[in-house]
Design a protein. Structure first.
Length: 403
């Protein structure tokens, strides 16, 4: 089996996901995806006809994001008509699953060069737009004890003993690290600005970072999921599944949960032969990747299971990885991951995460690949592990190695 190399990774800035005042609200998902696809080819200086597939993660493939945005974005970006494309949905891990699937095609010899990434315009195609049986059909909702993710995050915090102070302190750390990363230019290599049809810049900087966030300011925010849990009955559903819990402590709010944003990402993957033929220099290689299933009610515990399985598959220990990058869906998810893996914050999300910068659902996983690859190069580290929790109880993890 061949090696799969990472030749480039780009992303848009994350724009606040509000149709009225978000900087990218007027940019269609097609425009966001086109931006990163064009950038990969322009930076590489090669003919797009060399790209044998485009794989884009998208969690709400409906409306402007529907009808196979992978192929449509490739056409909109001016790629050769011979370049196919498709859309992948593994909920929040969709962007990383696109990278993993693209890497598998390269390793298997089914493709020499692919672009994998994701897109999500949460302003224009809100969460839940595509519908689905899990929340609406008793045949699946009842046996899986369906609850919204915020209830699951609060359930994790309650069962693990994470207090409001704990999750707020982590949120402040994320904000400070993201602000420092921007100030020091750590994202400069990967972030490409989004411009409108006239070439005017719409956004060149992550819009949600708040360097002045403090635990005192976060303490003023009301829990986001308390009413949903107590008045709408979802706490009762979770307690049926976990009867050992007396009551759920609601500790998550807008300030310690991932932000709703718009954005897109793209990673250029290929064989060594393709890189040599096109004059591309490899930056990293995909060591291994896994996706696992986990208990669907608590839902967000999958990252540690996926990470441990990936490490075992690669013959590595926890200490063999220099950097861990886990999506900050909710603060308790990251705190649990660090506890389960036996790692600390010094190796985890060192440049901040989705609590500070936002989580454009289908794009985030591929964004994290670029972020951690940049950091490996900056810090001189060798290996990194990227992972995300996933709706309906799953986890996806990928191990990368700097070349």
């Amino acid at each position: 089996m061949r090696e799969c190399y990472i030749y480039d990774a780009v992303r848009t800035p994350r724009g606040r996901g509000r149709l009225k005042d978000g900087a990218l609200a007027e940019a269609t998902p097609l425009h966001l995806a086109k931006t990163v696809l064009q950038s990969v080819v322009a930076r590489g200086g090669f003919d797009s006809a060399a790209i044998e597939d485009v794989l884009l993660g998208c969690v709400e493939p409906a409306g402007e994001q529907g009808a196979n945005i992978g192929r449509l974005a490739a056409l909109a970006a001016g790629y050769a008509e011979t370049t196919p494309g498709f859309q992948i949905n593994r909920f929040c891990a969709s962007g990383l699953e696109a990278v993993n699937t693209g890497a598998a095609k390269v390793k298997a010899g089914d493709a020499d060069l692919v672009v994998a990434g994701g897109v999500e315009s949460m302003s224009r195609v809100p969460m839940g737009t595509a519908g689905g049986a899990w929340a609406t059909d008793p045949a699946i909702a009842f046996p899986t004890y369906f609850v919204p993710q915020g209830i699951s995050a609060d359930l994790i915090a309650t069962m693990q003993g994470f207090t409001r102070s704990d999750v707020d302190a982590f949120a402040v750390l994320s904000q400070r690290r993201a602000a420092a990363a921007w100030r020091e230019g750590r994202f400069a290599r990967s972030v490409v600005p989004v411009v409108d049809g006239l070439g005017v810049t719409m956004l060149a900087h992550d819009e949600c970072v708040r360097a002045d966030t403090t635990t005192e300011s976060l303490a003023k925010l009301e829990p986001s999921f308390k009413v949903m849990g107590e008045s709408y009955g979802f706490d009762g559903v979770a307690l049926q599944r976990y009867p050992q819990v007396e009551r759920i402590e609601h500790v998550h709010h807008a300030g310690n949960s991932s932000g709703i944003v718009d954005g897109a990402s793209a990673v250029l993957l290929g064989s060594r032969e393709a890189g040599e033929r096109l004059g591309l220099k490899p930056r990293g290689r995909v060591v291994t990747s896994v996706s696992i299933g986990s208990e669907p009610c608590i839902m967000l515990t999958g990252p540690s299971f996926a990470a441990k399985k990936a490490l075992a598959r690669a013959g590595l220990g926890v200490g063999d990885v220099d950097l861990y990058e886990i999506n900050e869906a909710f603060a308790s998810v990251v705190l649990l991951f660090m506890r389960e893996m036996g790692i600390d914050a010094e190796r985890t999300n060192v440049n901040g995460g989705a609590i500070a910068m936002g989580h454009p659902l289908g794009a985030t996983g591929a964004m994290l690949v670029g972020t951690v690859l940049d950091e490996l190069e900056r810090s001189g580290g060798r290996r990194a592990l990227v992972t995300l929790c996933v709706g309906a109880g799953m986890g996806t993890a990928t191990i990368l190695e700097r070349v």
